[in-house]
Structure formats: C-alpha cells, structure tokens
Design a binder for this molecule. Structure first.
Ligand SMILES: NC(=O)c1ccc[n+]([C@@H]2O[C@H](COP(=O)([O-])OP(=O)(O)OC[C@H]3O[C@@H](n4cnc5c(N)ncnc54)[C@H](OP(=O)(O)O)[C@@H]3O)[C@@H](O)[C@H]2O)c1
Length: 211
C-alpha cells in the first residue's frame, strides 16, 4: 500500500515507517527536519519536508495515499495545540486530495470507559487535573475533529508508551480502554496500526491497545 506517515521523526513514527517499509509498503514520510529521520534512506521511502499545519504544504504528500498515519504529538506536557491543529490540517488535505483512510494516535487518558474504579475515580482525574491536563485537552479536541470528519478514521488510544522491543502480542478493545492496560511499546503500537490498515471493523472506531 502507499502510506503517508506524519510524525515519522518521532519514536512511534520511526517504528511505523521502519515496519511499514519492512512489510513492503511504499512510505512517504512527512517531516519538518529530514536530518531527524532515523529510518535509512531506501527505494520505497519518499521524504517530504513540509509544515504539517499547512494543508496545502502536505497535500502533495497525501495525494494518492491508501492510508495516512499520524503519530504526531507534543514534546513534553506543557500547553499545546499540536494534535488538534495537525488533525485539522490533515483532514483538510485529505478531503482536498480524496484520501480516505486515516489512522491516528491519541491516548487512553481521554476516556474512562472500560477502566476500573481506581483509574476512573482516582488516577485519571488526577492526571487530567495535573500533568496531563494540556495534552489530554488537545487530544480530546483532535479526536472531536476527526470524528466530525467524513474520513474513514481509526483513533488509537495507547496508555504510557515504552521503547521496549515489540512483544508481538498485545491486547486491543474497541471504544473502551483495557482493564489494567498500563503500558504498550511503540513498536507494538506501530505493528497494530499497520495490521489494522485495511480492517473495516475498525473504521469509525477507537482502538485501545496495551500489553
Ligand atoms: N509518551 C507517551 O507515553 C504517550 C502515551 C499515550 C499517547 N501518546 C501519544 O503517542 C504519539 C506518539 O508519541 P511518541 O512518544 O512516539 O512521539 P514523539 O517521539 O514525541 O514524536 C512526536 C512527533 O511529532 C512531531 N512534532 C512535534 N511537535 C511538532 C510541531 N509543532 N510541528 C510538526 N511536528 C511536530 C515531532 O517532530 P520533530 O521530530 O520534528 O520534533 C515527532 O515526529 C503522540 O501523539 C503522543 O501524544 C504518548
């Protein structure tokens, strides 16, 4: 498939691009600084330098894509609008170019569905009031924009991401979080996203994933 990956210089994006290339996909990596791309230059990798917040700038990288994958996110936990602003831009570019399939990374912090009482009533409200306040608000705003679009979207909601190697096995649920789903490796998250690229059962769904 022809895949366009935004956030390809990030940790999850690196896994996504590397695994997609290894699986034989054609990959267009949209980056703001090509020097930060950790994936080796190779034949099926096209690198496009563009401002992800500018739909006109990213449209040429999105035109013709069978799927667009975004692992964009803020560095740190301060005030941010990167998730919602990039979602707006990606949606506009996809609508303009006719690309339909969008897979994006959000976070398990946005919802309490599926959680046990300690997470639901204690830990998550605390995180949302304190260190994840801005990130969560931005993720929720981005999700709302994606749900309101007419695209064939899937939103992934991982818990804390780790840099561990792929375990190759992980749990998923649809539209609710996983009980005791505390971590997932970026490698497994990337593998899951690629596995569900053309899975119709996950269109217009939120996929929670955890080890
Ligand atoms: N960390 C966690 O535990 C956790 C938990 C749940 C969900 N998430 C979400 O999972 C996703 C992936 O996380 P990660 O840790 O793999 O991400 P990461 O390594 O921090 O990578 C973030 C990516 O976003 C890009 N980016 C950041 N600010 C940008 C801006 N203003 N304009 C354009 N690009 C920008 C970065 O590009 P540059 O390389 O150019 O900076 C990079 O490619 C994120 O959406 C994150 O919020 C994370």
């Amino acid at each position: 498939m022809e895949l366009t990956i935004l956030g390809a210089t990030g940790a999850t994006g690196t896994s996504l691009a590397g695994q997609a290339l290894a699986a034989g996909h054609e990959v267009t990596a949209v980056v703001r600084d090509p020097a930060r791309l950790a994936v080796p230059v190779q034949q099926r990798l096209r690198i496009v330098t563009a401002d992800v917040m500018d739909p006109a700038a990213i449209s040429p990288a999105i035109a013709g894509a069978d799927a667009v994958l975004s692992a964009l996110g803020p560095h740190g936990s301060g005030r941010t609008t990167i998730s919602q602003d990039s979602a707006r831009s990606i949606i506009e570019a996809m609508q303009k170019t006719g690309a339909r399939r969008l897979l994006t990374v959000s976070g398990s912090v946005v919802t309490d569905a599926g959680e046990g009482p300690v997470m639901r009533y204690l830990l998550k409200p605390l995180a949302r009031r304190t260190f994840l306040r801005h990130v969560c608000a931005d993720m929720r705003a981005a999700e709302a924009k994606i749900r309101a679009s007419d695209l064939d979207w899937t939103i992934f909601r991982p818990p804390r991401l780790t840099g561990k190697p792929a375990a190759g096995t992980y749990r998923t649920t649809i539209d609710r979080n996983l009980p005791r789903g505390y971590t997932i490796s970026r490698a497994d998250l990337a593998a899951c996203m690629l596995t569900l690229l053309d899975d119709p059962a996950t269109v217009h769904r939120h996929v929670s994933i955890a080890n």
